[in-house]
Design a protein around this ligand. Structure first.
Ligand code: ADP
Ligand code: MG
Length: 472
């Protein structure tokens, strides 16, 4: 919670990296395939850093970053360039990383009230594995396009940090530029944490939203305690110890790198205007915030429902397709039944079976038909669950299932009345109890009748017919 009266005001800025989804790598035509399990398959002399090779920027990656910039309200630079960031480590085969220093592709922008300083392009590093005293290097990831977004130090709490990071993740997914999976390292968050814009500590190598949140909160508390004791905050990089639940030093200022940035001589500066900026702007789809707002306005959902749908684009698309079919049947009916059957019942079956939306046999039109059958009281909610299970297994239209299996609610009052009279005759004791005032007995009798009718009656109709016959 932001607290502007506090003596120690949290001041936090983020640096967020995301691996971009492109066919090939940032500066060569080796494949960018994060699913490749065999090491050192997607490599070539360029991404292995052989002398004499030349980098050629990947235009798809440039377009992705411009899309991100536009989605956040930033500007694409008239003049942008690449720079070499020099350091020596086995994960960086050339001895430098090609990044962007003073002329990033994108400057400015805003998300959830936080100012975006810049978004630039660089290349990812190789991955290292340490085993049996040896270090192994896999260059499949070396040279994969990486975007880096830097914010101003506008965050005032750990909650604001994770809200921003989650929203950015969703935007990257809506744009289709990154899968941005934190656990898979496709999105990495570094939090620069200080109090009152004092000396900042950089929190690094933390790979879940939860951990970023907790680490930030603990770091703020640690700094406040230190300052209250009259100590100085050391400028350093810290990680998060999940077990001890505290931040721990990884690197102090003395060990900090001097990257000796200088312009990449093998790639001429260029203008973002060389790309069709108006076309790229037009390609930015409806973003999560707009989608939530529209779901509330057009579909009458509450904010939490709209949020849940927008957070899962595949489910949101499915819902919209189902709504469009549902409304051709019942233009005025509320959409809550449809929403619940999708997000609870169908979702539950999918989770159990491990089915994703693109492999789902139930199509949106069929789910809409089921919701319409329920809404029109042609099937009870108990029957609907069975029908949905059949739909899930076989992909049939619920209308066919209901017709072929003789499922459905009977509107034949004579049939229901006959069953009621039979139940009354068979359960004399319950009838006597009910007449003595034991209302629970009525529920028992309704249950018996419902059983005989195999669930094909509306409970209200049964109750009414029982009451009429029992008080006669
Ligand atoms: P540096 O030059 O040390 O790398 P920058 O000014 O480039 O610092 O900022 C890097 C990140 O740190 C940005 O996200 C920025 O918002 C954040 N930042 C800068 N100064 C502070 C501070 N005093 N407290 C917290 N975050 C800060
Ligand atoms: Mg950086």
């Amino acid at each position: 919670m932001p607290d502007t009266t506090a003596e120690y005001q949290a001041t936090i800025g983020l640096e967020i990296h995301a691996e971009l989804k492109t066919r090939t790598k940032m500066f060569c035509d080796s494949l960018n395939d994060p699913s490749e399990r065999h090491p050192n398959v997607n490599v070539c002399p360029v991404c292995l850093g052989h002398p004499g090779t030349l980098p050629v920027p990947n235009e798809e990656a440039v377009r992705h970053v411009i899309r991100v910039g536009f989605a956040l309200g930033g500007r694409a630079n008239e003049m942008t360039k690449f720079d070499r960031k020099n350091y020596f480590y086995p994960d960086i085969p050339k001895g430098y990383q090609i990044s962007q220093y003073d002329k990033p592709l994108i400057e400015g922008g805003m998300l959830l009230g936080v100012r975006v300083r810049r978004v630039h392009l660089e290349e990812d590093t190789a991955t290292l594995a340490h085993a049996d005293g040896a270090s192994l290097v896999d260059y499949n990831r070396a040279g994969v396009p990486l975007m880096e977004l830097v914010t101003e130090p506008d965050f005032r709490s750990a909650d604001e940090v994770t809200a921003f990071a989650r929203e950015l993740q969703l935007i990257l997914r809506y744009l289709g530029v990154s899968d941005a999976n934190m656990e898979m390292g496709q999105m990495r968050i570094e939090a620069n944490v200080s109090l009152n814009m004092g000396t900042k500590v950089e929190l690094k190598n933390i790979n879940s939203f939860r951990a970023v949140h907790d680490a930030t909160e603990h770091e703020l508390a640690r700094q406040e305690e230190a300052l209250r004791r009259g100590e100085k905050i050391a400028q350093e990089t810290r990680g998060w110890d999940e077990v001890k639940r505290r931040t721990v030093v990884q690197r102090s200022k003395e060990e900090a790198h001097d990257y000796r940035y200088f312009p990449e001589p093998d790639i001429p500066p260029f203008s973002a205007a060389n790309f069709d900026l108006e076309a790229l702007r037009a390609e930015v789809p409806e973003l999560p915030a707009a989608r939530r707002e529209r779901f509330v306005r057009e579909y009458g959902l509450d904010a939490a429902m709209a949020e849940a749908l927008a957070a899962e684009p595949a489910m949101a698309d499915y819902f919209e397709a189902a709504v469009s079919e549902f409304r051709t049947r019942l233009p005025e009916a509320p959409l809550l039944t449809l929403y619940h059957y999708l997000t609870t019942d169908l979702r539950g079956l999918m989770n159990q079976a491990g089915t994703a939306f693109d492999a789902l046999k139930v199509n949106p039109e069929h789910l809409a038909h089921l919701a319409a059958l329920i809404e029109e009281k042609k099937v009870t909610s108990r029957q609907a669950k069975d029908v949905l299970l059949r739909m899930f297994e076989g992909g049939d239209d619920p209308e066919d299932i209901v017709r072929d299996e003789g499922i459905g609610v009977t509107s034949d009052t004579d049939e229901v009345e006959a069953v009621v009279l039979a139940v009354i005759a068979e359960h004399h004791a319950a009838v006597v109890d009910y007449r003595k005032g034991k209302t629970a007995s009525l529920q028992f009798l309704i249950g018996k009748a419902m059983g005989k009718l195999k669930g094909r009656a509306r409970p209200e109709m049964l109750r009414e017919i029982f009451e009429r016959n029992l008080t006669a």
